[in-house]
Design a protein. Structure first.
Length: 357
């Protein structure tokens, strides 16, 4: 990791099918790669991710456990362990997070962008009161007086639907939903422009999940905050976010408008994720949800060609030999599949299967 910004290069024309940077981009991820370890034992966790999040918009990232979602989230603010190597660019308001000096990075965390981690009980300090933990970033990053920090703590608790009296509670005295609200309050403490929510409703029951999601949506809308939300649940992301990116084996395999990707994904993996959840009004999906056979590949031993081809019901012989780049899949959409963007050979490596679930 260097402490000096990358030297600028002459911009090149974008390749066909790539998304150009909007004028109001808040976050732009360029060819981000994260590798754990070095040498023969190196494990690629994120493999060349390119994403753009516009100011005031909401982007969802979906995928199974182990696909690299949380590693991507932690990489955005350089919160990964020392064993991780990062390359590429993470431009936050045009400034590359990966080349920031420590002092500047420390200032950007909380104030520029903040993270709501999954598992609030493991993220909160068990021996400190809730109010003290919410006030800490206000004291450190805003230089507030203790009295001002206490007032801000009360405001934040009220914003997330908790009484001011809960400031004196310890984490174990709160319910799972209340602890998650505290995590959201902490993320809002320094008025960031971007919130990264990593599985914010994990381990919560359905009713509490709905409350937390509505709270996040309301706060994002009221305060004009950009949201990058990570989940394995396409239904949740399609209902919460404007755009949706599907991640598999460390790379983005589909990206587009959230509703369109959820309702009619172009990549077989996206369709499988969507079909795994029952839909209201669809009796067949409720009685027999369709799963995806097999397991995600081991990042240390990825299959050749398209990493999804061993599990893909419509894989062709060429899929085992050549990885597939993202291709245009309609207005504002991309998918990394040989079946997208033109005719494909008739012969597949498996039994014929409909592309639509």
């Amino acid at each position: 990791m260097t402490d000096t910004p990358n030297t600028s290069k002459t911009p090149q024309a974008p390749e066909p099918g790539t998304r150009t940077k909007p004028a109001s981009s808040l976050l732009e991820i360029k060819d981000l790669r994260v590798t754990y370890g070095t040498g023969p034992s190196a494990v690629p966790a994120v493999r060349g991710v390119d994403l753009v999040l516009e100011s005031g918009r909401k982007l969802g990232i979906a995928g199974e456990s182990g696909c690299g979602k949380s590693t991507l989230a932690l990489a955005l603010l350089r919160l990964l362990p020392a064993s991780a190597t990062l390359t590429g660019q993470v431009l936050l308001d045009g400034e590359d997070v990966l080349t920031m000096k420590w002092g500047r990075l420390r200032a950007v965390r909380w104030a520029g962008a903040s993270i709501v981690f999954q598992g609030a009980m493991h993220s909160l300090n068990a021996v400190h009161r809730i109010g003290d933990q919410i006030a800490e970033p206000v004291l450190l990053h805003r230089g507030a007086t203790p009295a001002a920090a206490r007032r801000r703590t009360v405001e934040l608790l009220e914003q997330v639907g908790l009484p001011a009296s809960r400031a004196d509670a310890y984490p174990h005295e709160l319910s799972g939903g209340q602890r998650q609200r505290v995590m959201i309050a902490m993320a809002l403490a320094c008025d960031p422009r971007l919130i990264v929510a990593d599985e914010p409703t994990t381990a919560l029951d359905v009713m509490i999940q709905a409350q937390i999601l509505r709270l996040i949506e309301q706060l994002v809308a009221d305060q004009d905050i950009s949201l990058l939300m990570i989940s394995h649940d396409l239904a949740v992301l399609s209902d919460t976010c404007d755009r949706l990116a599907v991640m598999y084996a460390g790379r983005i395999v589909e990206e587009g408008p959230a509703k369109a990707v959820y309702d009619a994904a172009e990549h077989p993996y996206g369709r499988a994720l969507s079909a795994a959840f029952p839909r209201i009004g669809d009796l067949s999906s409720r009685r027999a949800p369709r799963g995806l056979p097999g397991d995600p590949p081991d990042p240390s031993s990825l299959p050749s060609g398209c990493t999804f081809h061993p599990r893909c019901p419509v894989a062709l012989e060429e899929c085992a030999q050549e990885d597939q780049p993202l291709r245009d899949a309609g207005p504002g959409r991309q998918a990394a599949c040989v079946h997208v963007g033109g005719a494909v050979p008739a012969q597949s490596s498996g039994a014929p299967t409909e592309l639509r679930p």
